[in-house]
Design a protein around this ligand. Structure first.
Ligand SMILES: [Zn+2]
Length: 119
């Protein structure tokens, strides 16, 4: 084991930003130590311990979504309509359209109008 791969000691319950260490999960193919972390939002995710400790990763991804929302950017893979957030594929199923078509409508800023008309 190379020095850079030295095992990082983690304890169950250790907290890093929004993430809490739950249990060890072995290592990935590149030899990085993995743990299951639970995010404050309740999502559990297997992450590289190194990236969590170095604060490269601070949440399961929800923090980024929150920041995007605060910055007014659209998260491209989901769409919120009348308080419901679904993936493009799920909206597609409701509309009887393909995900590609939904994505296209969303990119053109016409998805809301389309849903108004067709749902
Ligand atoms: Zn989260």
């Amino acid at each position: 084991m190379a020095a850079s791969m030295k095992k990082i000691v983690l304890m169950e319950g250790d907290q890093f930003n929004r993430l809490t260490a739950v249990r060890a999960a072995g290592s990935d193919r590149k030899g990085y130590q993995l743990w299951v972390f639970r995010c404050e939002c309740g999502t559990e995710k297997i992450l590289r311990v190194k990236t969590v400790k170095n604060e490269e990763v601070r949440s399961c991804g929800c923090l980024r979504r929150l920041l995007y929302r605060r910055m007014g950017l659209v998260q491209k893979r989901t769409f919120t309509y009348k308080g419901e957030t679904l993936s493009q594929a799920e909206w597609g199923r409701r509309l009887g359209k393909t995900r590609e078509r939904v994505r296209q409508l969303q990119n053109e800023g016409r998805l809301k109008d389309y849903l108004d008309k067709h749902l």
